[in-house]
Design a protein around this ligand. Structure first.
Ligand SMILES: [Zn+2]
Length: 407
């Protein structure tokens, strides 16, 4: 075997060791051996190397009730190798700084007043600057990752028009950010980021199954998007446009959608579509949020409060959206046969009854093995996932230095 192939093999085993430490650390050598299947000697070599690179730290085990010390354990060094992740949502920007184990070190958010892309881009810069000021050692931020909804034109250098925003984001957004902050940046599709967050917080057995299996995440928010983890790897499609479940057509004669087609799922089931229907009902005097102790427009809280109290109008609007989602999920299951579907986003905060209805609707109409449906809303999952997407890149950068040093 060539020196190069040897080095590549060692690098991937090293990452494997780090990967388990960052997911499940602190871990002792014995536990690492069990998780990775590597030999005791390899584990010793690799942990020594990760320690020398300051990627991990060693905790001396406490004295046990038996003679001598308990074995040391290893955890990610949270003082080094940080990543800034930012989630660009329709109504809000949220940003985090995480360590290589996705541990949240700092966070900040800002509400968006309008949906003009140029204005939002300015807000993005300001929020990133705020975090660079907030952290103790800004030089430790090695990458910046963005989680963004439906990119219409993800080709480098071309303006990015993003569904739900007016105007365009700079096509060279990543380069502009790099110039401004001096670290490489990258833009990802938001459901992919969220899926990475949940994929990385799975318990060991579930993680092993997901690594070899198929998991879908549906972000059910103002828009509806999905991420596909096929055979343990994110699937992007040949034009990086896979997973647009929100723009699958559920009624060809339905109303026009922002994508230019008619009767897309998003027109009926998105959180935006629901709010629009509720808003129309308010204007016509058919719904009053004040009845449920809420004032102002049709907010999420007012909606769920009314749903819990069985307001007939809200029940019919929300249940109709759920039933459209049931059809979309059944189509998805019939095509991909995934092991698990995870729901995220604004709608994932709905009362449990909504998802009971969805699960019953799906499971009643699927033959064969039932799919596991999880509802896991977490406001930081997009931002943490955008950082998570860059973990390997940051790790291999520290490693390349190490290999040069060793060579
Ligand atoms: Zn559409």
């Amino acid at each position: 075997m060539s020196v190069k192939a040897n080095a590549a093999g060692a690098a991937s085993s090293l990452y494997r060791v780090l990967d388990y430490i960052r997911r499940y650390g602190p871990l002792a050598k014995k536990e690492l051996q069990r998780h990775t299947g590597l030999s005791w000697g390899s584990i010793s070599t690799y942990t020594a190397r990760l320690l020398a690179d300051e990627v991990i730290v060693e905790y001396a085990g406490p004295r046990g009730i038996h003679k001598g010390r308990n074995p040391s354990s290893y955890a990610v060094n949270r003082r080094k190798n940080w990543i800034l992740g930012m989630d660009v949502q329709m109504n809000r920007l949220s940003a985090v700084v995480t360590a290589l184990d996705s541990h949240l070190l700092y966070s900040a958010a800002v509400d968006l007043k309008n949906r003009d892309a140029a204005g939002v881009f300015k807000n993005i810069i300001t929020l990133a600057e705020l975090l660079f000021h907030k952290v103790k050692t800004p030089g430790e931020i090695k990458r910046i990752g963005f989680s963004m909804p439906g990119l219409i034109n993800p080709k480098p250098g071309k303006p990015l028009s993003v569904y739900h925003f007016t105007g365009v984001f700079p096509g060279n957004m990543a380069e502009l950010i790099k110039e401004r902050f001096g670290v490489p940046a990258a833009v990802f599709h938001d459901p992919d980021c969220m899926l990475m967050t949940h994929f990385n917080s799975m318990p060991p057995e579930e993680y092993k199954m997901a690594c070899a299996g198929n998991v879908v995440l549906i972000r059910w928010s103002y828009g509806i998007g999905s991420a596909l983890l096929l055979n343990g790897k994110l699937y992007y499609g040949d034009h990086r446009a896979a997973g647009e479940i929100g723009h699958t057509i559920v009624d060809p004669s339905g109303p026009l959608c922002i994508c230019g087609n008619r009767g897309c799922l998003e027109v009926y089931a998105s959180f935006r579509a629901i709010l629009e229907q509720v808003h129309a009902a308010m204007e016509e005097g058919r719904f009053d949020p004040a009845v449920y102790g809420q004032s102002g427009g049709p907010t999420r809280d007012a909606l769920w409060a009314a749903y819990r109290q069985k307001d007939p109008l809200i029940l019919s609007v929300v249940n109709r959206a759920v039933d459209y989602m049931v059809s979309a999920v059944i189509n998805l299951v019939n095509i991909l046969d995934p092991r698990m579907i995870i729901f995220e986003g604004e709608f994932a905060t709905a009362p449990g009854e909504c998802f009971d209805r969805l699960k019953a609707g799906v499971l009643n109409r699927i033959k064969g093995e039932p799919v596991t449906i999880r509802v896991l809303p977490w406001e930081n999952s997009g931002a943490v996932g955008a950082a998570e997407m860059l973990v390997q890149e940051v790790f291999f950068e520290t490693l390349r230095k190490d290999l040069r040093g060793a060579g």
